[in-house]
Design a protein around this ligand. Structure first.
Ligand code: SAM
Length: 203
């Protein structure tokens, strides 16, 4: 599958643009200055690089080697640095309780893989750490603005609630939004998104 993404990203411009996702931009106020942020499935780096520009300590992971290289180029162009790992999230040695935030934007899996990766994302959060996540809802199948065409890879807010059991939700919703993210996501889209904070360990 990484070859699928390598092909999509093998172009001069940035497939999803080089500016951040709107939901991420709207939620970043929750993070403290200098927070350690893990950006999973960061593609060509538009979100990770923007977070680095905001002064966060960013670790960006994606299994597309082309995407990772374009993330590094974008970071250099913006004069910021971030750590990039070109790795498969299904086999990556995930850090535990190390991040003040995990950001996941349009990262879709089949159900078993999704549950596994979401559990790792939750475990990677330090106590009080934030999850910021946006992905396409099953209703997206009625729209032409991008995303997987397999309903099993699309998720409701309820599924997010079920996957992330250790979080207190501050925002959990779904709805129509107008996407203007490069040529990859253009037009009306139906999304699920959430912001949740990891409960501190008890005892
Ligand atoms: C729809 S793109 C979104 C990219 C980026 N988050 C954005 O919004 O611009 C999905 C990304 O997830 C990455 N991805 C999918 N499965 C992955 C896996 N198992 N391990 C690492 N990256 C993965 C792909 O390479 C691709 O860059």
């Amino acid at each position: 599958m990484s070859e699928f993404w390598n092909q999509k990203f093998s172009r001069a411009d940035y497939f999803y643009g080089d500016t951040p996702n709107d939901f991420l931009r709207s939620q970043v106020f929750r993070l403290k200055p200098g927070a350690r942020v893990l950006v999973v499935g960061d593609g060509e780096g538009r979100n990770g690089v923007w977070l680095a520009e905001q002064g966060f300590e960013v670790t960006s992971v994606d299994y597309s080697s082309v995407g990772c290289e374009k993330s590094r180029l974008l970071a250099a162009r913006k004069h910021v640095s971030l750590i990039t790992h070109c790795a498969d999230l299904l086999t990556w040695a995930w850090p535990i309780a190390e991040f003040d935030a995990v950001v996941s934007i349009f990262l879709h899996f089949m159900p078993d893989d999704r549950r596994q990766v979401h559990a790792k994302m939750q475990a990677a959060l330090a106590p009080h750490g934030w999850l910021i996540i946006e992905l396409f809802h099953p209703k997206q199948l009625a729209y032409q603005s991008g995303g997987p065409k397999n309903c099993d890879m699309l998720n409701t807010p309820n599924e997010l609630e079920t996957d992330f059991t250790d979080l207190n939700w501050w925002l959990l919703g779904e709805g129509l939004t107008r996407l203007a993210e490069g040529s990859g996501h253009t037009g009306l889209g139906y999304i699920s998104h959430a912001a949740g904070q990891k409960a501190p360990a008890v005892g």
